[in-house]
Write a protein that binds this ligand. Structure first.
Ligand SMILES: C[S@@+](CC[C@H](N)C(=O)[O-])C[C@H]1O[C@@H](n2cnc3c(N)ncnc32)[C@H](O)[C@@H]1O
Length: 347
C-alpha cells in the first residue's frame, strides 16, 4: 500500500510541530539530568557510561536518548554519543546564560499551563494561575510565596535575558545616560550588563522585594556599589526621581494597553526635560502574522502570567509613547529573538 504521508517542507514542519512538545520535554529532561554537560566533558561516551552517570533505568534511558537524537540535539555513532553542534553551543553549560536553565523553567512553569489554553482564552483570564496558591493577579506576585520555584523562574528568565541582551547592551543611547531607572529589573541581570559596558552609568532597579533579593546573584554582585534597589509594586509605589532615562525591559508586554499607559505616564512624570525612555521587548510584526517567540510569549501571558498582554507590534508602543507625551518615538527593529528597541524623549 502506498504511503499516506505527504512530503514537502510544509508537511515536514507539520510533522515536527506535532511532535515538538514531546521532543521539547525530552531535551529539558536531558538538561535536568545534566547529560549535555556530561557529554561536553566526556564526548563519545557509550550507553553504559551515560546510564551510570544518570542512574536512569536502561530501557527508559534508551527511549530518552533516541528522542534527544531525533530532536537533533545528540548524535550516536558506533554506539557512542556526543552533543550536536547546537546542543554543545547552547545547552552544555551551567553558566547563567545557558539555555539549559531556560528549558527547565519553561518545562516546570510555562508549558504545564498551556494545557488550559482553550479554557483561559475563552474565559478571558489567566485561569492556569489557579494552580498557584494566593489571590494575587499575576504569576510574578504569586511566585513570591514559593521561593524555590521563584528562583527557578528567575534563573530561566535571566538566562533568556542574557541570550537576548547583547542587542540592548550595544545600543549607543546608554553611552549618554548617567542614571538609569530599570523598572521591573528582576535580579538586576540587565542592569549589571549595562554597568559593565558603560562605566559612567549607575542604575536604580525597581522590582518586588523578594526578586530584588536575587540581585545578589552572580551578574549583579560585581556592581552593587553602582546599583540602588527600590522595592514595591510598580503600579502602587511612586517611581523614584533622579534618573535621566527609564528602561522597561521585558516588562510592558506583560500588561494591557491601559496598564502600559499608566506605567509610561509614571516614567514620564519622574523624567527631566530631555530625559529618555527605552523599551526593550518582543514585537510581532505589524501585520501580526509572524514571530514564534512572540506567539509563545503572548499565549503564556494570557493563559498564566497576567491574563493580558502580548508581544505588541512596534506601532502600538510608538502610539502609546506619543499618547503619554514623549516626542519622536522611534523603533529599532529586527533585534535578537524578535526584539525591538523603542525610544522616546520628554520635551
Ligand atoms: C519578565 S521579567 C523582566 C526582568 C528583566 N527586566 C529582564 O529583562 O530580564 C518582569 C519583572 O517585572 C517584575 N514585576 C512584575 N509585576 C510587578 C509589579 N507589579 N511590581 C514590581 N515588579 C513587578 C517581576 O518581578 C519581574 O522581575
Amino acid at each position: 500500500m502506498p504511503s499516506q504521508q505527504k512530503s514537502g517542507p510544509e508537511y515536514q514542519q507539520f510533522d515536527f510541530l506535532m511532535n515538538a512538545p514531546a521532543l521539547f520535554n525530552a531535551a529539558a529532561t536531558a538538561a535536568e539530568l545534566r547529560i549535555f554537560i556530561f557529554l561536553s566533558e566526556n564526548p563519545d561516551s557509550d550507553f553504559e557510561t551515560i546510564r551510570e552517570f544518570t542512574g536512569v533505568p536502561a530501557h527508559q534511558l534508551r527511549v530518552l536518548l533516541q528522542a534527544v537524537c531525533a530532536a537533533g540535539l545528540m548524535q550516536r555513532t558506533d554506539g557512542k554519543y556526543r552533543n550536536s553542534v547546537v546542543a554543545q553551543d547552547l545547552l552544555a553549560s551551567d553558566e547563567p546564560d545557558s539555555w539549559a536553565h531556560t528549558l527547565i523553567g519553561w518545562k516546570e512553569i510555562y508549558y504545564p499551563a498551556f494545557g488550559q489554553m482553550t479554557k483561559a482564552l475563552k474565559a478571558g483570564t489567566n485561569t492556569a494561575l489557579e494552580s498557584y496558591p494566593g489571590d494575587e493577579p499575576t504569576l510574578y506576585k504569586r511566585l513570591t510565596r514559593n521561593p524555590e520555584l521563584e528562583a527557578v523562574f528567575h534563573k530561566a528568565m535571566a538566562a533568556f535575558t542574557l541570550a537576548s541582551i547583547n542587542d540592548l547592551v550595544e545600543r549607543e543611547e546608554f553611552g549618554t545616560v548617567s542614571h538609569l531607572l530599570d523598572i521591573g529589573g528582576g535580579d538586576s541581570t540587565t542592569t549589571a550588563r549595562l554597568l559593565e559596558r558603560y562605566p559612567q552609568l549607575r542604575s536604580t532597579v525597581f522590582d518586588q522585594p523578594s526578586v530584588s533579593q536575587l540581585a545578589h546573584g552572580k551578574e549583579a554582585q560585581k556592581y552593587l556599589d553602582r546599583i540602588d534597589l527600590v522595592t514595591g509594586d510598580f503600579f502602587d509605589t511612586p517611581f523614584p526621581e533622579g534618573a535621566d532615562a527609564v528602561l522597561f525591559s521585558h516588562v510592558l508586554g506583560i500588561f494591557s494597553p491601559e496598564q502600559i499607559v499608566t506605567l509610561l505616564r509614571k516614567a514620564y512624570d519622574v523624567l527631566p526635560s530631555g530625559g529618555r525612555i527605552f523599551i526593550y521587548d518582543y514585537n510581532v510584526t505589524d501585520d501580526e502574522t509572524t514571530g514564534i517567540y512572540g506567539a509563545r510569549l503572548g499565549l503564556y501571558f494570557n493563559i498564566l502570567a497576567s491574563g493580558t498582554g502580548m508581544a505588541y507590534p512596534a506601532e502600538d508602543f510608538e502610539r502609546w509613547l506619543t499618547e503619554v507625551g514623549f516626542e519622536n518615538p522611534s523603533t529599532v527593529s529586527g533585534l535578537d529573538y524578535e526584539h525591538g528597541f523603542h525610544i522616546g524623549t520628554k520635551p
